[in-house]
Structure formats: C-alpha cells, structure tokens
Design a protein around this ligand. Structure first.
Ligand SMILES: O=C(O)[C@H](O)COP(=O)(O)O
Length: 322
C-alpha cells in the first residue's frame, strides 16, 4: 500500500459527517466547492485525495497535472462518468465510489415519477396554483396491470421493479449480465430488447452512461414502442435522445416522460423541459438526507480504511495497485 492520505479536498456539497469522520481520524480537510478548472489545476496537486459528487468534472487534464501527488478520487455517490477513470488508472490514482449508499433514494424517486406521470400530478398541482379547478384536464390511468420495462437490473432497477410490483405492475426487464433465473427470483421477465419495446407501457433506464448505452432510446427504438409509452430517466443524461423523444411526444406516439438527469446539466434543451408532457427534476435522485448521510460517511470511512491498508469501494484497484 502506498503512503497514507493526510490531506483531503472536498470539492462538491457533501454532508458535514464526511468532514467529521476524516478529521476524527487525523486527516486535514479543505472544503472548497464550485472551483473552476484553473482553481482545480492548482488545488488538486496540493491534496492526497479529492472527494466529489457529480458536479465537479475530474478530467484527464486535471489527473495528469496531479500525477505523483493526488492518490485518490472519492465519489460520494454512484456514477463515475464525471471522472476519467482510465486517465486516473494511467496516473496511478485510485477511484472510489459508494454504489450502495444512494440506490434506495434513486429507486424511490423513480417510483415517484412513474406514479406522478400516471396521474399528471405536477401538471395538476401547477394548474391549481394558477387558480384553476381543471378536473377534466387530468384524467389519469392506473399503473395496476400495466407493463413496466426496466432496462438495467442492478441495485436501482431491481428496487424499482420490486416496489412497483406492489402496485400490481407486470415487470419485464433487460440486462446483458443478469440470468433468467436471477430475474425470475425478483418476478421480472427477462427479455431481449426487441421484445421489450412493443410490450412496455413505461420504460425506465437504470444503466450507466457508457458507449453501449448512449442514445439507447432514440427515434428507431421509440418507433418500435407501443403508442402511449412513457419514458423515465433517473440514470444519466444521454441514455435517451431528448430530441427524438420530443418528436415522439409531438407526434402523439409517446405519452409522457419524466427525467431527473440531462446532458448537459443544467439542461439547455428547453423544448424538452418546457414540454407539457414532460416532468423534469434537477438531478434529485440521491438528494435525500438519508442517502447524503450514507454517501458522506461511507466515502470518509473508505478513506480511513485505505489508510489502515484495506481497499474498499475502489473501481480501478487492479490497474493502480498492481
Ligand atoms: O450517481 C449518483 O450517485 C447520482 O446520480 C447522484 O449524483 P449526485 O451525488 O451528484 O447527487
């Protein structure tokens, strides 16, 4: 094991719990959020580790400039698409995340959005605030008996499936690394994508943003979907093509969408956000006090354990430590 982590930079908003645990273990902590690239170029090499959420982008340029000084990038959360992991490995910098800590919160938000879509809750609430009493404008549909497709049957996807089964939804799913038996154990019918598209009333994506998942839902796949399909993305912007989805909504094919994530963030494609059939939230999947306390303490604990010689939650340990 290489030299210990003595100085940590916290570069995004993280609960105080993280600072407290690190300090209690003799680690010096600097909290400086919303740094520009130039500020990060200067501050990263002055620390042994940096802790981020999704706001700060840890690019190849920053990692190369910090090589030999920065030892670890800690992600207080799940997705590491804001961290150039191959560049971190190439510069012998470990990348750690806390993949278990916020999955329940992300799953709960997904279920909230699916139910909100089925009953037009945000649109109806906005209409009330505008002084209207428009009961006829918001006829909904039960989710009971309808088919939910979960693309990506990891922790979050599975938790969504189990919760919405309690509402009587039939759940079908796709995941290239899950077996039929594993899916069946959760009452999920595992199907190839080609069989998913025409059956789903709701499609929710729970995959990381990688080459194979970028643009996964696009004009071709939307055309194969059932008329009236609703699309939910609480995973990452870029998995669903927003322009193609707007076209489908305008054509009366897709019936609604609920998105918590965008490319870029904050989103610039206003036609999508402003669309009356779209519910948009500002990347709130992990924004619960419960999840934030968990990610904050877990990432701090992992760094403390690292100093004791135990490697926990490290994504690129094989590349860096060997
Ligand atoms: O990947 C994650 O952990 C979630 O998208 C939450 O991201 P955040 O930590 O920026 O809220």
């Amino acid at each position: 094991m290489s030299s210990p982590i003595n100085k940590v930079l916290i570069a995004d908003d993280i609960e105080q719990e993280c600072v407290d645990i690190l300090k209690q273990n003799g680690i010096e902590v600097t909290v400086k959020t919303k740094q520009t690239k130039d500020q990060l170029l200067e501050s990263l090499p002055q620390h042994d580790a940096v802790i981020v959420r999704s706001a700060t982008k840890i690019t190849a340029e920053l990692l190369a400039a910090s090589a030999g000084k920065l030892k670890l990038v800690g992600r207080a959360g799940t997705g590491v698409d804001n961290i150039d992991v191959p560049a971190a490995s190439a510069n012998k910098i470990l990348v750690m995340n806390t993949p278990q800590a916020n999955s329940r919160s992300a799953a709960e938000l997904t279920c909230t959005l699916i139910l909100a879509l089925s009953r037009h809750v945000p649109q109806a609430a906005a209409s009330m605030k505008a002084g209207k009493w428009a009961r006829k404008d918001f006829m909904g549909e039960e989710v009971y008996g309808r088919t939910l497709a979960v693309l990506g049957l990891g922790r979050i996807g599975t938790e969504v499936a189990v919760r919405l089964q309690a509402f009587g939804m039939r759940v079908i799913g796709y995941d290239p690394i899950v077996t039929k038996e594993q899916a069946e154990a959760k009452n999920i019918e595992l199907l190839p994508l080609e069989q998913i598209w025409p059956q789903a009333d709701y499609i929710t994506v729970h995959v990381p943003l990688i080459k194979q998942t970028e643009n996964l839902i696009n004009k071709d796949t939307l055309a194969k979907c059932k008329k009236g399909v609703r699309i939910v993305n609480v995973a990452r912007g870029g998995i669903v093509n927003e322009q193609d989805l707007v076209d489908s909504l305008n054509a009366g094919h897709a019936k609604g969408a609920a998105f918590d994530v965008f490319e870029p963030e904050p989103p610039t494609f206003r036609e999508f956000i402003d669309h009356p059939l779209v519910i948009a939230t500002p990347h709130l999947g992990a924004s619960t006090i419960d999840a934030q306390l968990r990610v904050a303490s877990e990432i701090a604990d992992n760094i403390v354990q690292y100093n004791k010689g135990t490697v926990l939650g490290v994504l690129n340990a094989r590349d860096v430590l060997n």
